[in-house]
Design a protein around this ligand. Structure first.
Ligand code: FAD
Ligand code: MLT
Ligand code: ZN
Length: 510
């Protein structure tokens, strides 16, 4: 590894020559080969501005056949490749580490078919999640996943990362809703597993290998996915609770009282709220008069507006009447519902506006989850007494933010802030440390502490974002050596020259 923590370039890989560029142009035409430095820049930089590659070319195939020709050539020449979708990944998996060839799915954006009886959508990998949701909405269906990045992420990227998101509680993981996929292997072979069958027990379910493989086993070119009926009635509420312990009690009550219509149960702490109100354009506090340590976004999705609304109202009355919820509000219309979701979904963007972000995406038993945030706050407060507060600043100091999206100001709390939010219903915590700039001294205070803490609680160091480059050396915290060994064998069988997304997911062999 280089001093910066980036692995050294593997010298076994060739470098792109002019003859390679000519070959790429012969397959894609000039428009499909990006070499102009200005146009190339976004392919080399990740969404957070944390990871920077130095590729000299990005390729934009339109068809599976083109992907096959490109990968066959790269494999023969031993050119390393990084598959890229919407480039919204949060672990440095989607950008080159050195000079890997970027193969982008941006031009593979065709819907191939939709079966309005079964709700099965088949689409090329580069379709944007939100566009697909709009497409199936016309037939009364919705996509079985929802993320803050829906306007940019690709369905192929979602499958490659096994993205979770805000509705996993309701619709389950992509391991259940992806019915089939097509992938091109490193040597150009096309693996057509694009089945639309709900039931198919013929041998090993190979498509599952590609779900969450983060571009390390092949390039996903198309996906068949089962879409649930679009809910006819959606209700959203925003609740303030006095402790994380009580948040869990409210979750148990929501499961019992809202039953089959409960579609999301999300939480954010006060730090997350304050950072968002100050840094996210258009952010509006749904409970401006209430200063609580935790907030919940509870959503129902069903088919009967009167029944679902009544259920949620009664639930709210009960949990407030019993003193579990300090204050709560039920969205009266779509605008209010969007405002509530804007706060929760916008935390990621708000953090980005503030500067550097160290993001940790862990899962563990729900009761242990928030202790990690508190332990991290204490640890950083003692390591950096001038820069980090053990608890957030008094709310009056920070609330009423302009939401101007401007970078941190002296009123934006201490420079280092620790925020916790996430998918409480799925046992998935997003622990974020926000700082003015990336700093190795800070990182060494956080890592490996955060991974060791998670392993001690038998948690996962990657709940939904993947391992990417950031956590390529960390899989051992959550998987036994025998499993890692088997993963290496699978990788070697599918990609013997190791050209697919090198330096990512698995640690380098010892
Ligand atoms: P990219 O970022 O381009 O790539 C991600 C990884 O997949 C890389 O390793 C890449 O090599 C590989 N890859 C991409 N396309 C292919 C392909 N066709 N074949 C093979 N490999 C491929 N994630 C969640 O899980 N839940 C969330 O709630 C969530 N919310 C987010 C909110 C915001 C604001 C942002 C910025 C990100 C969020 N993410 C979330 C992370 C990210 O959006 C997801 O991981 C998403 O699935 C990535 O899709 P993408 O098309 O942008 O993939
Ligand atoms: C979320 O749940 O908001 C996403 O996973 C993104 C993030 O962790 O910031
Ligand atoms: Zn998430």
């Amino acid at each position: 590894r280089l001093a910066s923590g980036v692995p050294e370039r593997d010298v076994r890989f060739a470098t792109v020559q002019d003859a390679d560029l000519r070959f790429f142009e012969s397959v894609l035409g000039q428009g499909g080969v990006v070499t102009d430095p200005h146009e190339l820049a976004p392919f080399n930089k990740d969404w957070m501005g944390k990871y920077q590659g130095a590729s000299r070319v990005a390729l934009k195939p339109r068809s599976t056949e083109q992907v096959s020709a490109l990968l066959r050539h790269c494999n023969e020449r031993r050119l390393a490749v990084v598959p890229q979708g919407g480039n919204t990944g949060l672990v440095g998996g989607s950008v080159p580490v050195h000079d890997e060839v970027v193969v982008s799915t941006a031009a593979m954006n065709q819907v191939l078919s939709f079966d309005a009886v079964s709700g099965t959508l088949t689409a090329q990998a580069g379709c944007i999640l939100e566009s697909l949701d709009n497409h199936v909405a016309e037939h009364g269906y919705c996509m079985p996943l929802e993320l803050g990045a829906k306007g940019s992420c690709h369905i192929g990227g979602n499958v490659a990362t096994n993205a979770g998101g805000l509705r996993l509680l309701h619709y389950g993981s992509l391991h259940g809703s992806v019915l089939g996929l097509e992938a091109v292997l490193a040597d150009g072979r096309v693996l057509d597993l694009l089945s639309t069958l709900r039931k198919d027990n013929t041998g090993y379910d190979l498509k599952q290998l590609f779900i969450g493989s983060e571009g390390s086993l092949g390039l996903i070119t198309a996906v068949a996915i089962h879409c649930p009926p679009r809910p006819l009635s959606v209700n959203v509420s925003y609740l303030a609770v006095p402790s994380f312990e009580v948040a869990q009690q409210v979750f148990v009550r929501a499961k019992r009282d809202l039953g089959e219509v409960l579609s999301a149960f999300e939480f954010l702490d006060r730090e997350s709220l304050l950072i968002t109100l100050r840094n996210l354009p258009g952010a509006k506090d749904p409970l401006p008069a209430c200063q609580a340590p935790f907030y919940l976004v509870v959503e129902t999705s069903g088919s009967n507006a009167a029944h679902d609304g009544e259920k949620l109202e009664r639930f709210l009355e009960d949990v407030m009447g019993e003193g579990l919820v300090i204050d709560g509000v039920l969205a009266q219309d779509g605008t209010q519902a969007r405002q509530m979701w804007h706060i929760r979904e916008g935390i990621t963007e708000a953090l980005r506006h503030r500067g550097a972000i160290y993001k940790y995406d862990v899962s563990m038993p729900i009761h242990a989850m928030y202790q990690l945030v508190e332990d991290m706050r204490e640890r950083l407060a003692s390591a950096f007494p001038q820069q980090a507060a053990a608890v957030g600043p008094p709310p009056s100091e920070d609330s009423g933010g302009s939401g101007s999206g401007s970078s941190s100001s002296s009123r934006d709390g201490p420079p280092i802030r620790v925020a916790g939010y996430g998918h409480l219903g799925d046992g998935n915590l997003h622990l974020n440390i926000s700082a003015p700039a990336y700093d190795e001294a800070l990182r060494h205070q956080i890592e490996p502490f955060v991974y060791e803490w998670t392993a001690q609680h038998r948690g996962s160091v990657s709940a939904e974002h993947g391992l990417g480059l950031m956590k390529a050396g960390c899989i051992g915290y959550s998987k036994p050596p025998a499993a890692i060994q088997l993963m290496r064998q699978i990788k070697a069988a599918l990609d013997p020259k190791g050209i697919m997304n090198p330096y990512k997911v698995l640690p380098p062999p010892e």
